[in-house]
Write a protein that binds this ligand. Sequence first.
Ligand code: DAK
Length: 258
Amino acid sequence: MAFENILVETIGKVGLITLNRPKAMNALNDALIDEVGAALDDFEANETIGCIVITGSEKAFAAGADIAAMKEWGYVEVYKANYISRNWDRIGRCRKPIIAAVAGFALGGGCELAMMCDFIIAAESAKFGQPEVKLGLLPGAGGTQRLPRAVGKAKAMDMCLTTRLMDAAEAERAGLVSRIVPSDRLLEEALAAAATIAEFSLPVLMAIKESVNRAFESSLAEGILFERRTFHASFALSDAREGMSAFVDKRKPGFKNR
Ligand code: DAK
């Protein structure tokens, strides 16, 4: 598939997707989200890729869903087309780890897209918000659900109801982002984190991702049971033999994703 709204690169074992609609602050239209889905399909099918980074520009990770496109739609169209679930949910279904590297605005669907990733690394310039209420809409790609899980009810309500933006420092304090880096080092830092992840055993990374995500879908007892079973299962991997042997032998492990 030829991409018109994103740039796609492979850097070692890392797949990089750059949202690329600079004239529209990377507003997320259907074509762009389809392209992100296709790029994820390629990276997931590629055995050599161990981690994916999604980033935007210096000014905007993404300023939300494309308002100009959305304004033409009615209820029947969005319901029949299964808008959002049809293609946006592809990001949440990715089994390989995904990092969002966010600089500038991450608003509305942009904030929601970042939250669909496994964690967010923010540039000092990052600004997060759910301003949909200004448009007569509510967040529709998980904002009312993922944001309170990340920052708590008070801040989520404040952001969704008043449209107040959260800067990088507050986002880190609140737990929305894992770390803040200088704006001119955002991509470098995100790619370094991704390269570290990609050196580990892929089936273990996938199981960790599943287990952490299970924490948001189940009781503590059920989540612990899920973790225990996946932990037990990891002993079936030759990578577990290799990792533990390498530690004992004081050498670097060579994981084979098996
Ligand atoms: N959509 C389309 N175009 C956008 C855009 C957007 N979200 N954001 C910016 N642009 C365009 C602007 O129209 C402008 O285009 P030109 O006039 O140059 O042609 C260009 O990008 C530059 O923007 P500005 O001139 O406004 O730049 P500033 O630096 O002055 O301001 C800004 C930057 C990001 C603060 C501002 O552009 C802004 O407030 N943008 C809109 C932010 C916003 O409201 N985002 C939420 C979008 S609604 C749903 C599921 C999900 C959603 C909805 C429904 N369902 C399940 C039904 C999600 C909704 C959203 O995300």
